[in-house]
Design a protein around this ligand. Sequence first.
Ligand SMILES: Nc1nc2c(ncn2[C@@H]2O[C@H](COP(=O)(O)OP(=O)(O)OP(=O)(O)O)[C@@H](O)[C@H]2O)c(=O)[nH]1
Ligand SMILES: [Mg+2]
Length: 303
Amino acid sequence: MCSTCGCGQGEKGVEDISHHHTHEHANGAHSHEHEHDHAHEHSHTHSDGTTHSHSHSHAPGHAHAHEHAHDHPLDAAAGAGATRLLSVERDILARNDAIAAENRRDLQATKTLALNLVSSPGSGKTALLVETLKRIGDKYPVAVIEGDQETTADADRIRATGVPAIQINTGKGCHLDADMVRTAMSRLGTPANGALFIENVGNLVCPAGFDLGEAHKVVIVSVTEGEDKPLKYSGMFAASALMVVTKTDLLPHLDFDVDRLIDNARRINPTIGVLKLSAKTGEGMDRWLHWLETARALRLATD
Ligand SMILES: Nc1nc2c(ncn2[C@@H]2O[C@H](COP(=O)(O)OP(=O)(O)OP(=O)(O)O)[C@@H](O)[C@H]2O)c(=O)[nH]1
Ligand SMILES: [Mg+2]
């Protein structure tokens, strides 16, 4: 269950890479349907006008869900039912955080740089990964975890570069969680002294709240999405260390003000790094590779 939008998890599964296209069904139907019903009510309540303020101040995880819910007048009106719902949400996020901490410990132990790539659908995450892997795939150990609701298409695109990848299908779920990533890591193996890229489900809301154990979230925004996205989906920008502005090759055809996008992102997160690039033409890829190399060097240099 997602505590932000109340989405269910449906049929989710981590791809079995020894038998491609075979899925496991990780959740028992009984328990998740129960959680889903409650969450759904909750999300309706929350969609009445509070999106802006809550995503501003309480971006990642646990504290967000707790404080937001208590502050909300409709939650207060809902009384005991809402309180029980909140404790379900807190349990889910607390469990997620505990597994994310285990992932982080394992990644630290193997000095693996893990990045969680988040964005709206179609911003160019897989295209950026493919172009990145072509340039670094033979330099140090790299692996990719792909998250989508359905299909193994993105993992197939990654594997075509020769880099190992595993697809997680989230079913109705709109974000990856730490447990899914933990299962994928155990099947894929951790690229020691290298980089693990996790491409999250295309969604600018829910993935902000779920720590996967990554070193950094990287938010990808394409130039066709509008300069206002950091203000509308502030939680994601608050939670990210870096914003990559993609598809810059399209700028001559658009009325898009990149500086305004950057200003908006920095209003939400004054320390967010910014890179502009085109996976299609390769323009700006060198600075992204430099950022990666620096982040990896830091991971190697520290315990
Ligand atoms: N012009 C241009 N198109 C791009 C660029 N990067 C990606 N695209 C196109 O944008 C579309 C979506 O790219 P993907 O890489 O699949 O985007 P994604 O973020 O992985 O999509 P989801 O996983 O479905 O959320 C494709 O048609 C790409 O060819 C770019 O730098 N320039
Ligand atoms: Mg993709």
